[in-house]
Design a protein around this ligand. Structure first.
Ligand code: GMT
Length: 384
């Protein structure tokens, strides 16, 4: 198949999932065309079957705001037509699904029928989507998409709760390539951050309010009172200064290390003993799955799709949002005893294997095939 993937090219989970999906489809022999405004962070170097089409932004002075949706739709029309794509798969509803609909209509007027699949990732529905000013466009796009997928059952339920749509939504969870077994820790590298008897607790995110970074620092400070440890914070975003100040106020700033944005999170996670994800809401929690895939247990909130990923008492523990005492207690339970810790590490790795790339990939391929079959019954793509 020739597939156009529209995504945000940034460090966010939706961009990571879309990029890794495209890479995996390309490795399987599909031709994949990424369409976005800058090179996706996880795309890496030149690969067979992968093409990247940049949406160039205009700096025409009339526009106070860039008409990105229009530029994206035009680029989609161009790529579909000249690369003879079979389908478009857009990740994140806003504004990718509406741009895809526009491209679809333009192409229809030129006798080209192109289906588009919309994958919902979370904040497009749970945060942004709930803003009433977006609602009519999102509802319309859900109804117009040839297929809709969501990354968790929880997100599917929320979509039906907040949007007036009866569209079938296929739940296709995010995926990961897990390590075969627990990694051997590179002590030389680890010693740059902590001494051998100090556990490393990690959090990785875009440091937005929804991640509750203050809870991360508070949980860490409580654990550190009983077991001296280090907190490794990877990523960046608006709440970082808040976390920095809190670490100073709680007198743990010499134990908190901000490493900034990292392209390959496994490098950080391999040295970690525990992962914290106390988010306010999370449609899936890809960062938690990435931690589990290298054998790092997860202490998380029990909100949104997280319980579909982290299993209570097995791969980690889940608590109510904001319950930092419970999260600190659970963290200490895992870290205090080496045998318990080892068991949780093994369990985390085992659980991550339920999200194997190959099985998730074929779920997407089935949706593509169904959509293409439906399309070929209705009309035909005429490129020449
Ligand atoms: O977590 C973020 O703020 C980034 C956001 C995104 O759109 O990139 O992540 C969302 O999509 C990820 C991939 O499907 C999910 O793992 C995250 O849980 C989801 N974030 C939220 O729901 C807050």
């Amino acid at each position: 198949m020739k597939i156009g993937i529209v995504l945000y090219p940034t460090f966010g989970g939706s961009g990571v999932v879309a990029t890794e999906l495209g890479k995996a489809l390309a490795a399987k022999g599909h031709e994949v065309h990424f369409i976005t405004y800058s090179q996706p962070v996880r795309l890496g170097s030149f690969r067979e079957n992968i093409f990247y089409h940049e949406v160039s932004l205009t700096d025409y002075p009339l526009f106070e705001f860039q008409p990105y949706e229009t530029l994206l739709a035009s680029k989609m029309v161009d790529v579909v037509k000249y690369e003879k794509l079979d389908l478009l798969h857009v990740h994140y509803a806003i504004p990718h699904a509406s741009a895809a609909y526009m491209a679809q209509q333009i192409l229809k007027s030129q006798n080209i029928d192109i289906p588009f699949i919309t994958t919902l990732h979370g904040t497009d529905i749970t945060l942004v989507g709930r803003d009433p000013s977006f609602e009519p466009v999102i509802t319309f796009c859900l109804n117009q998409s040839n297929a809709v997928t969501s990354v968790s059952q929880s997100l599917k339920d929320e979509t039906y709760q907040h949007f007036d749509t009866v569209r079938a939504i296929h739940v296709i969870p995010n995926f990961i390539e897990s390590y075969d077994e627990l990694p051997v820790i590179n002590l030389e590298k680890r010693r740059r951050y902590a001494s051998d008897n100090e556990p490393i607790i990690t959090h990785i995110s875009n440091f937005r309010k929804v991640k509750r970074i203050e809870d991360v620092v508070k949980i860490f400070a409580k654990v550190n009172e009983e077991i001296p440890c280090k907190l490794l914070l990877a990523g960046d975003g608006p709440e970082r200064p808040v976390a920095e100040k809190l670490a100073r106020d709680l007198k743990v700033c010499n134990r908190v290390i901000f490493v900034g944005k990292v392209r390959d999170t496994a490098h950080v996670l391999e040295m970690s003993d525990l992962f914290l994800l106390p988010s306010e809401t999370e449609s899936f929690g890809l960062a938690a799955l990435e931690a589990m895939a290298v054998g790092v247990p997860v202490i998380s909130s029990n909100t949104g799709g997280i319980p579909e990923v982290n299993v209570e008492g097995f791969s980690g523990y889940l608590s109510n949002v904001g319950d930092i005492d419970s999260m600190a207690k659970n963290a200490l339970h895992i870290l205090k005893d080496p045998q318990t810790h080892l068991q949780f590490r093994k369990n985390a790795l085992t659980r991550s294997k339920d999200f194997k790339l190959e099985s998730i990939l074929s779920m997407y391929e089935k949706v593509y095939e169904a959509v293409l079959n439906e399309c070929s019954e209705v009309g035909k793509r005429i490129y020449d």
